[in-house]
Ligand binder design. Sequence first.
Ligand SMILES: Nc1ncnc2c1ncn2[C@@H]1O[C@H](COP(=O)(O)OP(=O)(O)OP(=O)(O)O)[C@@H](O)[C@H]1O
Ligand SMILES: [Mg+2]
Length: 498
Amino acid sequence: MSIPIKSNRPNAVERLRKAIISQYPLLYLLSWEEDRVERMVSSIARSLNPPLQVYIWSISQGLTLGNEAIPDTGNALAVLEYIIKTPTPGFYLLKDFHREVEGNPVITRRLRDAYYALKDRGKFLCLVSPILSLPEELKKEIYLIEILLPGDDEIAPLVDYLTNRHFKTTITDEEAKRSLINGLKGLTFSEIQHVLNGIFYGKPAFSPDIIDQILLEKEQITKKDGLLEFIFPRYRTSDLGGYATLKNWLKKRSHLFTREAEVAGISLPKGLLMMGISGCGKSLAVKTISSLWNLPLFRLDMSNIFSGGYGAPENAFRRALAAVDALSPCLLWIDEIETGIVGVKEGAQGGSTTRIFATFLTWMQEKDSMVFVAATANRIDLLPAEFIRKGRFDQVFFLDLPTEEERKQIFTIHLQRKGCDIMKFDLVTLAKTSEAWNGAEIEQAIETASIEAYNEHVPLTMMHLIKTLSQTIPLSRTMTEQIKMIRTWALQRAINAS
Ligand SMILES: Nc1ncnc2c1ncn2[C@@H]1O[C@H](COP(=O)(O)OP(=O)(O)OP(=O)(O)O)[C@@H](O)[C@H]1O
Ligand SMILES: [Mg+2]
């Protein structure tokens, strides 16, 4: 089913209010946050003239008004009959009702009847659900509103309230407050409450270093579930060896997502596609953009999109894009993008993947939000040519196996990370011995050699490294044919990152 999603920008409450003023009697509120939706609906209900009561239904409680239970409304059909027949105006908020509708033609029919019975009677039926699941027949009657995560308008008062409660004052440093609010974007209302309460607890006052603690917590929270995972800005450009052309390209664009650039009328780059050989640092390169550009990075997990846990894949994908628009300015990282569009060629989940592909292209072409897409691809042969052409990426880079000079840099980075004195290592020999090795393999070799040295109770030396390097065969040696193919393919379509 494809209902156009009405994003809640700029404000979810406003959209909901508008739907009510426009007299849509059946609403589908798409959200993980039942509490927040309940509060939103209650606040709108109170503000109407005359104010409306809010009834809540769940399979466990039946229909309730405050503490009062309405008898004989325990099952889905009974509650629909009650709402259709009762003359009392009000909001009827039904939780998890999509489960009752699924595969049940009687409930579907009664919902359609409810549309006509409730219309213009001051009665509103709201289904609240974290996933979008509705039969085709209800498409015309139901007004869908996606309640995205809290934005500035909701986070700012909550921050004021909690800083006041903990520190008996609000934050006067406007810049710090702005960073704090931005840092909390991407979390639900109750997650924000938990994070702030936990971090403020026992501290004498607000200080800007609290923001880093918040970002670390956000990373943990969004890792657990959700389509968008926040990635803490841990890596700098100096952590990536080689790829000077790519780095230069990124550096030139590092001040574009700013107020000044906007005022100067600079048009924003839309995205970057990095393809290349496995283990060469594509993912690492994406992570470095976040600190270079000073923008939050969110990773979209394509395997979650297809897991079914978020509804039909194309709906899940559209929701993720709507959510990321609301988080802007930000970076969106789509790792191994070919998994999302592979069906174009191979037919696996073909329908969904083709639609996802189309949705992505349209979104890329039309988006006016400050979202920069950094996509990576391994199986580049699976990418349709039109994806690269029409994908509207500002640049397509190919990350090849590192050159000798680049391998020197990679050794330096990882040896220094191990606390080694780089002067004690012959980088030229190391780089020559590691011909055809990728960055990940070099890192792994240093790791293995360190374990050897540790077991011998001596510091890591050249000898340990040379021994490890000579005992391992890099992947590229066993895959010469594939790598040759990838190179030929890529160099016709992309520019070399080195
Ligand atoms: N150019 C490099 N400079 C420094 N470290 C590197 C480089 N390339 C790879 N590494 C190391 O190898 C690790 C793995 O690299 P990364 O995951 O970024 O590769 P990838 O290209 O995304 O691989 P895959 O295609 O398998 O996802 C990095 O975290 C980093 O430690
Ligand atoms: Mg990767």
